[in-house]
Ligand binder design. Structure first.
Ligand code: NDP
Length: 312
């Protein structure tokens, strides 16, 4: 009997994913039943999942063998008490490339002073005011050196930025001065641009506080494409107001959509982007999903297995 794969990542996405998933299954030579029909949960072998989708209670899926999260972040499912089968998350080339482009673009925006140039289209020739330092003299710190953080570091190292990184466990990445564990402040000290690419877990909740912000260079830029809960919002707003932070570009928030009355929307030193830093791409992501199903069928180790105790 061919395995049954349930697409439970919201009916709206089924239209985007059905064809790439079928194509990936065919290419892998896997014969399977693929649908988004929530009835008969006992017959489901694999669940393709996204938070706020069609499934919250995994109890009826008595024969399921794996839940594949469509997103990189798993904070919306990792603590689900009804989930007691392996949970895998998305690491997708399209997602990674998108994040590298978003982070590199926003680093270059601030490094090159693009905002000042845009604000100075007034007929005055300010030649000497607008020569940026070279990237080799700009200190950038990346918090989180996983699939996304490591790729962002590689892009920034390639452009010659002085890159420091911080992770939970020791890491060695070419051209990156790496810190881990208790060394967060050493990683942040003097940074002119800081990028948050950590998962949201109990250990990273509100990790960027007044203390951390005070380690940064005066007028530093904060880029957060990780998760809103990584930042103490009151501390960031205060740091923006007193000039310690010169600008914050925020893609993710504790409450999404960000409420219209939230001070971030109107703050002159904040750019809000609506959780678009990077998106899982159906074409490449479907191949990751199918490779994991192939592995499960063959009894091989799964890719991108979530460590439930660490929360990511
Ligand atoms: P990974 O799991 O590959 O990497 C996470 C990194 O964070 C690892 O380096 C890990 O350390 C580090 N880390 C975790 N906990 C701690 C801690 N307590 N202290 C220090 N370091 C810690 O995740 P990804 O790179 O794939 O994704 C990162 C996050 O990006 C996702 O969780 C998601 O929230 C966000 N994201 C946002 C998107 C957007 O559009 N805005 C799109 C996709 C993802 P170690 O290496 O030691 O394990």
């Amino acid at each position: 009997m061919p395995p049954r794969i349930l697409f439970a990542a919201h009916a709206q996405r089924w239209a985007q994913y059905e064809a790439p998933l079928r194509a990936a299954l065919a290419d892998a030579g896997i014969e399977a039943r693929l649908d988004c029909d929530l009835s008969d949960p006992g017959s489901v072998d694999y669940i393709i999942f996204a938070p706020a989708g069609d499934v919250e209670d995994f109890t009826p899926f008595t024969n399921a063998r794996m839940v594949q999260n469509l997103w990189a972040g798993v904070e919306g499912v990792v603590g689900n008490p009804t989930l007691n089968i392996p949970l895998t998350r998305m690491v997708d080339t399209g997602l990674t490339e998108g994040m590298v482009e978003w982070c590199t673009g926003h680093v270059l925006r601030h490094h090159l002073g693009m905002d000042q140039m845009l604000a100075a289209q007034d007929g005055i020739w300010r030649h000497f005011e607008f020569i940026p330092p070279l990237a080799r003299d700009r200190r950038v710190t990346v918090l989180g050196l996983g699939a996304l953080g490591a790729a962002v570091c590689a892009s920034l190292v390639g452009l010659n930025f002085q890159v420091r990184g911080w992770s939970r466990r020791p890491k060695s990445l070419p051209g990156v001065d790496s810190f881990h564990g208790d060394d967060l402040h050493a990683a942040l000290e003097g940074a002119e641009i800081v990028i948050l690419l950590l998962p949201y877990t109990p250990a990273t909740d509100g990790i960027l506080t007044t203390n951390g912000l005070d380690q940064l260079a005066e007028g530093a830029v904060v880029l957060n494409p990780g998760r809103g809960g990584l930042i103490d919002d009151d501390a960031l707003l205060a740091a923006l107001d007193r000039g310690r932070v010169g600008h914050a570009t925020l893609d993710v928030f504790r409450t999404e959509p960000l409420p219209p009355e939230h001070p971030y929307w109107s703050h002159p030193k904040v750019t809000v982007t609506p959780h678009i830093a990077s998106e899982t791409r159906p074409g490449t992501a479907s191949r990751v999903v199918v490779e994991n199903i192939r592995r499960a069928e063959a009894g091989e180790p799964l890719l991108h297995l979530v460590d439930r105790s660490a929360g990511y």
